[in-house]
Design a protein around this ligand. Structure first.
Ligand SMILES: Cc1ncc(C[n+]2csc(CCOP(=O)(O)OP(=O)(O)O)c2C)c(N)n1
Ligand SMILES: [Mg+2]
Length: 312
C-alpha cells in the first residue's frame, strides 16, 4: 500500500534529495529496531532474539523508493521475510505504527519476525514468513484479480509486487510458478530480487546470476539488471572512471557480483516503450497491465511521476 497516492497529482515530481533523507531515516530505524531487540531490551532468559540488519540494509533504498515515490493505493507488495524491520520503519514514518512497537520486535504481542497480515499491528499486504510464498502470492493475487474482473465485471486495479531474497530462489515452488505460461503473461506483476548474497547467516557462495537470469528469460519473463547507482555512474564519467567500471566488484568471486534484478512477466499484450535504465537506488514498479512501462531506474535529479492506467 502506498502513501497518500490518491492525493498525489499525476505530474508530481520526485525530489531525490528528499527521498535520500527519508531513506536514511528508514535505514536508521530498521537498524535500531533490530539493535534494540538484541542489545537494549532486557533479556532475562538469555535466549537469542535475532533479526537481520544486513538483510534490511540491502532493501532500504528499494523500499523507500517504492513507498514514498512509486506505489499507488491499490498496489500490493509482499516483503521478503528479513526486511520486515524496513516495512515497520516505513509504516511508523507514515503514521501507521505506534512508536511503542519500535522496541518490540520479536516480543510477545510485538512486531513479528517476518511480515504477518494477522499478527503484526501495522498494514502488511502478504504474510511471507515461509520463504518462497512471498514470491508467488502476488502472482495468485494477480490471477484472482483477473478472475474477479472477467467473471464479475468488477474494476480491479493495482500492481502486484514481490520483494524477494536471493536465497528464496532456492524454493522449488518459485520455479513451478515461473514455468507456468499463465504467469509469464501477468503484466501487473513485478518481482524485485535482492541479490545481496546473504542467506540467513551465511554468504551465498555462488550467486549464479547468469543462470538465474537465463531461467527467467527462458520462461518468458523480462529481466532487468539494476546494479550501479548515480554516485558510481558519476564517477565513471570522471577522468579514469572507465577503469573503475572495468574493475571487478569488491567482495564476491568473479561471476558472482551482487546485483539487484527485476523480473517481470512479459505483459499480455506487446510491451510498448519498455526502456529501462539500470539504477541501484530504486527499482520502480512496472505499470499495470499491458502497457508496460519502464521501471523507475536511473532517474534524473527530478523526475516526473507518470500516471498509470489501472486495469485488472
Ligand atoms: C520454507 C522455509 N524454509 C526455510 C526458512 C528459513 N529461512 C528464513 S529466511 C531464509 C533465507 C534468507 O535469505 P534471503 O531470502 O536471501 O534473504 P536475506 O537474508 O538476504 O534478506 C531462510 C532459508 C523459512 N523461513 N521458510
Ligand atoms: Mg539474500
Amino acid at each position: 500500500m502506498s502513501i497518500a497516492a490518491k492525493e498525489r497529482p499525476a505530474d508530481a515530481t520526485v525530489d531525490l534529495d528528499v527521498l535520500e533523507r527519508v531513506e536514511r531515516r528508514v535505514l536508521w530505524l530498521a537498524m535500531a529496531i533490530v539493535h534494540h531487540a538484541n542489545r537494549v531490551r532486557p533479556n532475562p532468559s538469555g535466549v537469542k532474539v535475532g533479526g537481520h540488519q544486513a538483510s534490511s540494509a540491502s532493501m532500504a533504498s528499494i523500499m523507500t523508493a517504492l513507498w514514498f515515490a512509486h506505489l499507488e493505493a491499490n498496489d500490493q507488495v509482499s516483503v521478503k521475510p528479513h526486511a520486515s524491520p524496513v516495512l515497520h520503519a516505513i509504516n511508523y514514518l507514515l503514521g501507521r505504527l505506534e512508536p511503542r512497537y519500535l522496541t518490540a520486535l520479536r516480543e510477545l504481542g510485538g512486531l513479528q519476525s517476518y511480515p504477518s497480515r494477522t499478527k503484526d499491528p501495522d498494514p502488511v499486504d502478504y504474510s511471507t514468513g515461509s520463504v518462497g510464498l512471498g514470491a508467488t502470492a502476488p502472482l495468485w493475487g494477480a490471477i484472482a484479480g483477473r478472475i474477479v474482473h472477467e467473471r464479475l465485471g468488477a474494476q480491479v486495479s493495482g500492481r502486484q509486487i514481490a520483494l524477494i531474497g536471493d536465497a528464496e530462489l532456492d524454493e522449488g515452488a518459485i520455479w513451478e510458478a515461473v514455468a507456468d505460461p499463465m504467469c509469464a503473461r501477468l503484466g501487473e506483476v513485478l518481482w524485485v530480487v535482492d541479490l545481496n548474497r546473504q542467506s540467513l547467516d551465511r554468504v551465498v557462495p555462488d550467486m549464479a546470476y547468469g543462470r538465474l537470469k537465463g531461467m527467467f528469460e527462458a520462461a518468458g519473463w523480462q529481466v532487468i539488471t539494476v546494479k550501479y547507482a548515480r554516485h558510481l555512474q558519476a564517477l565513471f564519467e570522471r577522468p579514469g572512471g572507465q577503469a573503475l567500471r572495468r574493475a571487478p566488484a569488491p567482495g564476491p568471486p568473479a561471476g558472482a557480483h551482487p546485483r539487484r534484478q527485476v523480473h517481470r512477466p512479459v505483459p499480455r499484450r506487446a510491451a510498448r516503450g519498455t526502456a529501462v535504465r539500470g539504477h541501484h537506488r530504486g527499482a520502480g514498479p512496472a505499470a499495470p497491465g499491458a502497457g508496460a512501462r519502464a521501471a523507475a531506474a536511473g532517474p534524473p535529479r527530478r523526475r516526473t511521476a507518470r500516471p498509470r492506467r489501472c486495469r485488472a
